[in-house]
Design a protein around this ligand. Sequence first.
Ligand SMILES: Cc1cc2nc3c(=O)[nH]c(=O)nc-3n(C[C@H](O)[C@H](O)[C@H](O)COP(=O)(O)OP(=O)(O)OC[C@H]3O[C@@H](n4cnc5c(N)ncnc54)[C@H](O)[C@@H]3O)c2cc1C
Length: 501
Amino acid sequence: MLSGAVLDTSGLDELLPDWKTRGAPVETPVRGDRIYYLTERSRLRSPFTGPLSNHGNYVISLNRFVRWLSEQAEAEGIDIFTGFAGTEVLFEGDRVIGVRTGDRGIDKHGERKGTFEPGVDIKAAVTIFADGVRGNLTKTLISKLHLDGSVPQRYAIGIKELWEIPPDRVSPGSVVHTMGYPLRTEEFGGGFIYGLPEGRLAIGFVVGLDYRDPLFDPHMAFQRFKQHPLVAEMLRGGQMTRYGAKALPEGGWHAIPRCYVDGALIVGDAAGFMNSMRLKGIHLAMKSGICAADAAFDAVRSGDVSASVLATFQRMVNAGSLRRELYRVRNVHQAFGAGLFAGVACAGLAPVTGGWWPRGLLSSEAGHERMARLARYYRTEHPDPDGTSNAVKVDRRVTFDKLTNVHYSGTRHDEDQPVHLLVADTDVCRTRCREEYGNPCVRFCPAHVYEMVDDGTGDGRRLQINASNCVHCKTCDIMDPYQIITWVPPEGGGGPEYEGM
Ligand SMILES: Cc1cc2nc3c(=O)[nH]c(=O)nc-3n(C[C@H](O)[C@H](O)[C@H](O)COP(=O)(O)OP(=O)(O)OC[C@H]3O[C@@H](n4cnc5c(N)ncnc54)[C@H](O)[C@@H]3O)c2cc1C
C-alpha cells in the first residue's frame, strides 16, 4: 500500500465506529495546515486552505492501518489470502463468475520450473474488484463489457519518500501542500509534506499524467521540489529511508465507469473514487467498499446477482456522501487542462458554482493523447533532453537517481520469471517513438525500468526492460503515447515492500 497519507476518518467511522477503543493506528491528528504557491526561490502562503483543509483528519501510515484492518477482518472469520496475483477474470458469457490466480514457478522463457504450481480458479456469486488504480483485472472488465465513464479517466503519478529528520524540525501532524514550482502552469500537480511522530516525514510529489512536454520527467520534478529552500530546510541533516511511486485516478465523477455488472462490482481506485482536489481516496475506497458489501449481501440473499439487482450499489453511491463529495469537484482536473489558473478558478469557485464549469473550457481527451511530439513542442527535431526540464544534479543526500530510490522501495521480484511488462511492438520504440517523442518511457517511469540501449549497429537503440525494478505504479500502462505497454501482474508476492509508508 502506498499513500500520503492523511486519513479522513469518515469511512472508518462508518465501518468501525469504535475504532479508537479497538486500537486503530490512527494516532496523529493534523495540527497545522499550510498551502504555499512556490516560485523557484520563494513562496507565498495561501490565507485559505479551502478544500485542502485537513481539520479533524489524521496523518497515518497506510501500511500499518491496513494491517490492523486485516486483523479486524480475520477476527470476524474472514480469510485473507495475500501473495496471490489475480491474472484473469472468469466469465460465463458476460457474467463474471470469479478470478483466476497466476501460475507460480514459470521461468523467464515460459517453461515450468520444479517449483511449478498452477493458478486456481476462485469462483464467487459476486466478485468485488478492488485492484487499485488501473487495476489489470478491472481494465479487462471495463474493456470487455464497455463500462467506460462519459469522459476518459485521467491519472497522476505520485512519488513519495519517507525521511528521518531531527525530531524538533517538523511537528507531528503538520501538513503542507504546495502548488507551482517546479511545475509550469501547463502541468497539473503539487507537493505534500506530512509530519509523522518520532522525527519522520512523508514527502511526495504528484504530477498529472496529462503533461504535454515529452521530455518531462516526474521523478526529476520531485528532485527539484526537494531542492526548494522551503523543503531543503526541512530535510537538512535528515536521511531518506523509503521510496515508492503509484498512480492515482484523477478523472473525477464523470470518468467513473459503470461499476455493476452481472456477478461483479468495482470499488475504490479501481473505479476512480478519488478526490483529486483533496488528494484523498482512502475514505472513498472504504465507503465504496461498504456500499459494495451491502449490495452484494442483499443480492446473494435474494438469489439474484444480476446487474439489475447489483445496481443498488450505484443507488447507494448516488444517495450518499460519495456523490456529494465527488460531484462538486467533477470538473477540476479537466479544468486544469487549460492551465493552472483555470484549474484554481474552477476549484475555488466550486462552493458557489457547485462544480459547474463551461464545457468548452474542459479538456476531454485521455492524458496520454495530450503529449506533444518533440518537433511540435520544441519546434526543433532534436532537442537536448539534458538541456531542458530534466537536468538535476543528484547529490544522494537530498536528490537521488531512480536506481538508488528503487533500492529504498524494497522491491523484489524473482529474476527467473516472464517479463511482466508487455510491449506489443518494440520496433515502435526504436523507430517512431524515438523520433516522435524521444522515448518518454525512460523518463515517466520512476523506477528505471525502461532503458534505450545501444543495439550494436552504431547509431541504433533498442528497448531494454529492467522488469525487476518495477514498483507497480502503472504509469507506463497509462502514459505510453502509443498505448502498447501492458502491465500484467508478476508472480504473486513480487513487487515493492512499502513497510512504514
Ligand atoms: C502519492 C500518493 C499520495 C496519496 N495521499 C493520500 C492521502 O493523503 N489521503 C488519502 O485518503 N488518499 C491518498 N492517496 C490515494 C489513496 O492512496 C488511494 O485512493 C487508496 O489507496 C485507494 O485504495 P484501494 O484499496 O482502492 O487501492 P489500493 O490502495 O491501490 O489497493 C489495491 C491493492 O490491490 C492489489 N492488487 C492490484 N492488482 C492486483 C492483482 N491483480 N492481484 C492481487 N492484488 C492486486 C495492490 O497490490 C494493492 O495492494 C494517495 C495516493 C498516492 C499515490
